[in-house]
Ligand binder design. Structure first.
Ligand code: PGA
Length: 256
């Protein structure tokens, strides 16, 4: 089964409005070079979603939220509803990034509700999973990530799965300059796909995209993208420059 890879730029809490619009415009201008062979998405801070969507225009570069509330609306100070993301031009959202799981203590019960709420609003979900260094050293990598997938997708049925992408992001590789080697990434991606095959069905598992994230750079993108079960990248630091982000996109587009 051919899966069109996706390369997403997670801008985290960086840039200002003007820089975000400029970066989105530069990425949009370069997107034509990979059109049809890789899907591109950017995840700016919430206040810049509107300007970024406008700057991306009809380039095909999709805008997504970095997080979403598990509630559809109401008295939830500081939270952003899925409908508000849609209203700001988003068609996607991240859920469960490690800086929220580990940094802010979000657990799988909460994340499963966020996934459900986002899907109900028609958003695509890019669900992130990954183990800490301690969990890896204790030999708990597979238990951890498979448990996160089971828990966070608890409210997702087989039909919904067509609107879900996964990202495997080992916590010890995020922003550290350390990446999982291609073999390390591939074995976790394969395990995730097999888990989805048991929980849903083989066809859905073969179709779902599993991105890799954690210090992906132009220099290491090609070898990661060459892995059979790696279907693109979620990029933090290297997504803040259009050229390095587009270089990674080109590496993903070339994978065979
Ligand atoms: P990084 O971040 O590429 O800077 O390691 C990846 C991420 O957090 O999604």
């Amino acid at each position: 089964m051919t899966r069109i890879p996706m390369v997403g730029g997670n801008w985290k809490m960086h840039l200002d409005g003007r820089a975000a619009a400029t970066l989105a415009g530069e990425i949009a201008a370069g997107a034509g070079g990979v059109e049809g062979s890789v899907d591109l998405a950017v995840f700016p801070p919430h206040p810049y979603l509107g300007v970024v969507s406008a700057a991306a225009g009809d380039s095909g570069v999709v805008t997504g939220g970095q997080d979403v509330s598990d509630e559809p609306s109401g008295a939830f100070t500081g939270q952003v509803a899925a409908s508000m993301l849609v209203d700001s031009g988003c068609t996607m959202t991240l859920v469960g990034h490690s800086e929220r799981r580990h940094g802010l203590g979000e657990d799988d019960v909460l994340l499963s509700r966020k996934v459900r709420t986002a899907l109900d609003e028609g958003l695509r979900v890019l669900l992130c999973v990954g183990e800490t260094l301690e969990q890896r050293d204790q030999g708990k990598t597979f238990d951890t990530v498979l448990g996160q997938v089971r828990g966070s997708l608890a409210l997702v049925n087989t039909d919904d799965l067509a609107c879900v992408d996964l990202a495997y992001e080992p916590v010890w590789a995020i922003g550290t300059g350390r990446t999982a080697g291609p073999a390390e990434a591939q074995e976790v991606h394969a395990a995730l796909r097999s888990e989805l095959g048991s929980r849903y069905d083989a066809r859905s598992a073969a179709r779902i995209r599993i991105l890799y994230g954690g210090s992906v750079k132009p220099a290491n993108a090609a070898e990661l993208m060459a892995c059979e079960d790696v279907d693109g990248a979620l990029v933090g630091g290297a997504s803040l420059q259009a050229e390095s982000f587009l270089d990674i996109a080109r590496a993903a587009a070339r994978r065979e």
